[in-house]
Structures are given as structure tokens and as C-alpha cells.
Write a protein that binds this ligand. Structure first.
Ligand SMILES: [Zn+2]
Length: 295
């Protein structure tokens, strides 16, 4: 799908029929790809799209990643092998690209009961560019600004084409819906990132999956703003629900029990919210995975 004269959107099929990971292709003198989907997404979705535009994949100069999660960076190692492109990620994402086991290791130490047997693996790859908030990436014809919007992950970043007003933000803003949001890092940073995005002159927002309420990934104008407003409201409401659930349970409860009582989002996100409430002095961790309101 054409977003502007030089920016295109590609659906990389993933997980279940009709669902996808977003990738964007910025086609100027060189080609910049933003997010590479899962391991076979370059071959199955991204390269065929570039060919359909009459361009060669050898012109891919950069792959920029919105964050270092397997569904967005799984295609990075094959793309680097096949095109010799430079890979850029926020500096906080570098260690996770080099060591795909790191995410689960860290989650297991934060929430020891949630992830037995899960892994989020992909082929490791070394980033060439470690960017920070405010950096400008000069990619032979494209100037892209980095907006650091952590919360879903510590490295979550929005890749901004300022001339076109296009913001490619991966899973940084997840709107709302029964199983959203899915955060692995910090609920307070997520809320702060939403406030920051609301102050940006966004013409087009590209999100990482077809998140509700609009259930599509390319959002223009007022829809983009509404998606971000709903993302902020969702995390504020979830925080209130977690605290209410904990107060309504007669004794200390595990994350899974609190999740059942709350009935929305996912256990790992409930864990992130609990950590935040603990930092605010509103809840206490009374055992490895038992939480209670502060007395
Ligand atoms: Zn994702």
C-alpha cells in the first residue's frame, strides 16, 4: 500500500490468517526498510513488494528497527546477509539483537512464574547503528528522526519522516481491546510516551499490527490521534483495575490471579503495572509472586 509518494506499507503475514506484522519501505535514492517481520518475511513479503516497484533489493541501504522483538527483527539477520544493509536499533535494543535469549532471561528474573517454556527466539544479528532519542539518520536521500517511545520494550522507537509527517512506531502505541496492551517493560514509560506522541505533528501513524480500535495499521489524521488517546486511556484504566482487583482479593495474590480478576490485558503487562504501583508505594511484593496493597 502506498502511504506517500515515496513511503510504502507492507503486511508481513504472521501468527494467524489475516494477522500481520507491519513493515515500511522508504524508496528514494536508496531504500530504507523499517522493521523486517519474522525470519521469512523479507523473502515472502518485503522483497516481492520492492520488486513490484521496479527496484532491486540490493538498493536496501538500511534496516531500522522499531524495537528488538522477534516478530519485528526476525527478518534482520537474513536481510543483512542478503543485502549487506546497515541495521539500526535504539541503543537499549542492541544487546537483545545480539542475544535473543536475553529477553526471556530478564523476564524470568522479574516474573519467575510467568514464562516457563516460552521463548521469543530469532537469529541473532549485530546492529551497525545504535541510535538515541533525537538522532537523525541520514540514509542516502532520506533523513529520519528517532523518537524514543519506551514502554512496550525499553528500546521502542518511532522512526519519523518529518517531511512527510509519517511516524512508524511499531508496538509503541497499542490502542485498546480485550488483550491490549501487551507491555514487557514499563507502564509509566508507556503512558509518558503516549503523551509525547500526542504533542507531535503526526499526519500518518503506522503501527506494528492491526491493533484495535481501528484494526488496521496505517492511521491518518484524526484516527492516528484517537488511537494514541485510546492507548493512553487503556493503560490508565488498567492501572486502576489492577489496584481495585488487588484490594478486592482478601489475601495476597499472584499475577495470574490478579489477571483473572481484571479480565483484560496479559499477565506480563499486569506485572509491569504492579511494578509501577510498587514504585509508587501503592502495592507490595510480599513473596516471589505474591502481591498485596500497601498497608
Ligand atoms: Zn509486535
Amino acid at each position: 500500500m502506498k502511504i506517500t509518494d515515496s513511503i510504502y506499507f507492507v503486511e508481513c503475514p504472521w501468527a494467524r490468517p489475516g494477522y500481520f506484522v507491519s513493515s515500511c519501505i522508504i524508496v528514494r535514492r536508496s531504500i530504507v526498510v523499517v522493521d523486517a517481520g519474522v525470519e521469512d518475511s523479507p523473502k515472502n513479503a518485503i522483497y516481492p513488494y520492492i520488486s513490484s516497484l521496479g527496484r532491486e533489493i540490493s538498493k536496501i541501504s538500511h534496516l531500522l528497527l522499531t524495537h528488538a522483538h522477534f516478530d519485528h527483527c526476525g527478518g534482520a539477520a537474513p536481510m543483512k546477509d542478503e543485502t549487506k544493509c546497515s541495521i539500526g536499533v535504539h541503543e537499549l535494543g542492541g544487546p537483545f539483537l545480539r542475544d535473543p535469549g536475553l529477553l526471556i532471561k530478564q523476564l524470568n528474573s522479574r516474573f519467575p512464574t510467568l514464562f516457563s517454556g516460552r521463548d521469543f527466539s530469532f537469529k541473532p544479528v549485530s546492529p551497525d547503528i545504535l541510535f538515541r532519542d533525537g538522532d537523525l539518520i541520514d540514509a542516502d536521500g532520506s533523513h529520519l528522526r528517532i523518537l524514543h517511545v519506551p514502554g512496550h520494550s525499553p528500546c521502542s522507537s518511532c522512526i519519523v519522516d518529518e517531511e512527510e509527517g509519517v511516524y512508524i512506531c511499531g508496538d509503541s502505541a497499542q490502542g485498546r481491546g480485550e488483550n491490549r496492551p501487551l507491555l514487557f517493560h514499563s507502564s509509566s514509560e508507556y503512558a509518558e510516551s503516549m503523551r509525547r506522541l500526542l504533542s507531535e505533528p503526526i499526519k500518518v501513524l503506522v503501527i506494528g499490527h492491526p491493533f484495535p480500535p481501528f484494526s488496521k495499521a496505517v492511521l491518518r489524521g484524526e484516527e492516528a490521534k484517537e488511537h494514541i488517546r485510546q492507548s493512553l486511556r487503556a493503560i490508565e484504566e488498567l492501572t486502576r483495575l489492577v489496584l481495585e482487583a488487588l484490594k478486592s482479593l482478601a489475601k495476597p495474590a499472584s499475577i495470574k490471579q490478579i489477571h483473572e480478576r481484571v479480565g483484560v490485558s496479559q499477565p506480563v503487562t499486569i506485572g509491569c503495572v504492579l511494578e509501577e504501583l510498587e514504585a509508587e508505594g501503592k502495592v507490595e511484593r510480599v513473596d516471589v509472586d505474591l502481591w498485596a496493597p500497601s498497608t
